[in-house]
Write a protein that binds this ligand. Structure first.
Ligand code: HEC
Ligand code: HEC
Length: 307
């Protein structure tokens, strides 16, 4: 009887030991699968040719470019106010996301075609897919606005800033490997799509839709604009708000305008800094009205065609 118990205990211990060894093996297998599959996607090469685009070096084009960069496409949110680049996220588990310096060094020496490939396809000159650069949204911009961005970026005074390399932490790797987070816009962009022209800048829902899709509202507020946690942000970051017509439609234009210009909503609450109101405050009255007319009346259930 006694020996039996001991041997049972021993058996149990052996089983636990075996299970632990097996779990360790599965863990190691999982870790190497995560690393291998994410590296394969990061090291993939996209052979994308872009049609040339005339970039006029005129005052109006450069001024329009400055507005698109700072108020609409919000490049400055990630690349910095001086476009000299910056660290977006740096955490041991999530990793380090770095937006490069656009004013000096490697990127400033790129050709117009190279910049256009980055902006609209999310692909670097060597075919590498860019990480987190929102080209699926920027690529929604019309040709004139894309040309204006390039014209303006070329005029930015050179900034000397050394930035550390990009690094994906273990949590980000797992989310990316299991497709819970999109890190590579190049994977979802239709690389055969033709460039388009912007709708005319009037206070219409069509122009508002253009501004919402190219302006990142869908990227943070989600494909249905219903809000929720923002993919890729470190744990504890504020969730995006619900901005469907059920909510925005109950606001007057003045309330919407004030929220996007001051970062304080109609209930008097100061919004988290993650909401880029310092960019949206620079929108023109026509743009603000267009965006409002689109968001306030957007049919329930409508989603971005190319989120
Ligand atoms: C959400 C943050 C974010 C926004 C907004 C953003 N970028 Fe980027 N961008 C990045 C990151 C991150 C990279 C680096 C990706 C990499 O190296 O894999 C990048 C890379 C680039 C590159 C480099 C491509 C190369 O050749 O190596 C260019 C050019 C660029 N961005 C321009 C812009 C412009 C212009 C805008 C606005 C129209 C913009 N970006 C908006 C995050 C952003
Ligand atoms: C980088 C991510 C990000 C982008 C891009 C973004 N938002 Fe937001 N937005 C947020 C977050 C986060 C909140 C919630 C802040 C809070 O609750 O403190 C928010 C809140 C709001 C609110 C306030 C809602 C309320 O009920 O108080 C409005 C309105 C809004 N966003 C509209 C927009 C529009 C329109 C765009 C596109 C032009 C946009 N946002 C782009 C992250 C973003």
């Amino acid at each position: 009887m006694k020996t039996n118990v001991v041997s049972t205990k021993g058996g149990w211990k052996r089983t636990v030991k075996r299970a632990a060894v097996a779990a360790g093996a599965v863990g190691t297998l999982f870790a190497s699968w995560v690393y291998g599959s994410t590296e394969a996607r990061l090291q993939a090469r996209y052979d994308v040719r872009v049609a040339p685009l005339a970039v006029p070096n005129e005052y109006e084009t450069i001024a329009r470019g400055e507005h698109v960069v700072r108020a609409l496409a919000k490049c400055t949110d990630c690349h910095g106010d001086d476009l000299g680049g910056g660290i977006m996220v740096d955490s041991p588990m999530v990793g380090r996301l770095v937006a490069p310096n656009l004013t000096s060094g490697e990127v400033a020496r790129r050709s117009d075609e190279d910049l256009l490939r980055a902006l609209t396809h999310g692909v670097a000159p060597d075919g590498r897919p860019l990480v987190v650069m929102p080209s699926h949204e920027i690529g929604e911009l019309g040709e004139e606005d894309l040309a204006a961005i390039i014209a303006y970026v070329r005029t930015a005074p050179p900034v000397r800033r050394e930035l550390p390399p990009l690094r994906l932490g273990p949590v980000m790797r797992v989310l990316f490997a299991t497709k819970q987070v999109d890190l590579l816009p190049a994977e979802k962009i239709d690389h055969a799509r033709a460039r388009t022209k912007a709708p005319s800048p009037e206070p219409t829902p069509a122009y508002g839709e253009y501004l919402a899709k190219s302006g990142g509202c869908y990227g943070c507020h989600g494909p249905a604009l219903a809000g929720g946690p923002i993919p890729g942000m470190p744990p504890g970051s504020p969730a995006a708000a619900d901005i469907r017509s059920e909510r925005i439609g109950t606001w007057s234009f003045e309330q919407f305008d004030e929220t996007l210009r001051t970062g304080v909503n109609p209930e008097g609450r100061t919004l988290a800094d993650l909401m880029p109101w310092r960019a949206t405050r620079k929108m023109t009255d026509v743009e603000m009205r267009a965006l409002y007319s689109y968001l306030a009346k957007k049919p329930a259930g409508a989603t971005a065609s190319n989120p």
